[in-house]
Design a protein around this ligand. Sequence first.
Ligand SMILES: NC(=O)c1ccc[n+]([C@@H]2O[C@H](COP(=O)([O-])OP(=O)(O)OC[C@H]3O[C@@H](n4cnc5c(N)ncnc54)[C@H](O)[C@@H]3O)[C@@H](O)[C@H]2O)c1
Length: 303
Amino acid sequence: MDLSGKVAVVTGAGRGLGRAYAEALAAAGAAVVVNDVDAAAAESAVAAIAGAGGRAVAAPGAVGGSEVAGRLVDTAVAEFGRLDVMVTNAGVLRDRVLWKMSDDDFDTVIDVHLRGTFTCARAAAVRMREQGEGGRIILISSPAGQRGNFGQTNYAAAKAGIVAMARTWAMELAKAGITVNAVVPVAATEMTKTIPAFAPVLEEAERGGGPLPDWLRKDEGMGTVEDVAGLIVYLASDAAAEVTGQAIGIGGDKLALWSHPAEKTIAYADGGWSAEAIAASWHDGVGAEPETYGIPAPKAPVS
Ligand SMILES: NC(=O)c1ccc[n+]([C@@H]2O[C@H](COP(=O)([O-])OP(=O)(O)OC[C@H]3O[C@@H](n4cnc5c(N)ncnc54)[C@H](O)[C@@H]3O)[C@@H](O)[C@H]2O)c1
């Protein structure tokens, strides 16, 4: 895949998935603006890219508000002359069950993920529309946003909102030739190590020093950060010009298209539905096969 001549911004690219995205985009020929709140991590990613013969510049700062978003786009233009790809990857977790979640836990996660995605995508859209040559906005969601997840009120809300924004922006930006997709990744990183359901499995794999077990790579779709990067490079490329408004899952050995929410069962009552009429028909009618909710904990197969 050849991305030479293209310029990308990746937020939260100092480590983890974002760093793998930045390195893969640079390896494919793109010039990359590496953002992270941790300036040293951003500089180290830039050094690694330069060491591998790629072009990158660090643009440290905390994603959330419009000032940093504007600065990232300005850096792309000042250093490399244009902007073609915006990857909104920066993120944090503040997991707590609902009744213990503080306002600060909620606001911090919403600010970095949801607001940060909004401000960075908006700044990118303004620039890409001015350039008039289309573009790629690649948002990062999560299985938690698709399904809900125990202890992740703030994160699930932000990540669901990000998919809703991708679908909205795909409509709004279609005429300008700008595609917008949400990637739903799963990978072993510092972030996933903090999730109780994954921690023991990942720690054991790390102690063993070998690759993650096959069941984890296939059944859970969880692997390395590099396993996810191919999708980012594809979506950034000319080959993906027609792909927009999609939520695409990737991790380990798995690539998946998430369905869009749709009405599954429908019933009509002339004049509308009273509470009594719903109660009389719910369990045998529209509610006969309720939807699942939440992400099941990963389970190793019994050998
Ligand atoms: N790892 C997974 O399995 C997984 C699954 C679903 C979604 N995601 C999403 O992928 C993204 C990356 O996750 P990761 O696992 O690599 O996490 P990570 O914690 O390893 O890396 C996140 C990076 O973002 C940076 N960051 C945090 N707040 C920032 C801010 N305000 N501005 C700029 N940078 C900031 C951190 O310093 C860090 O370098 C996140 O959006 C996360 O929600 C990850």
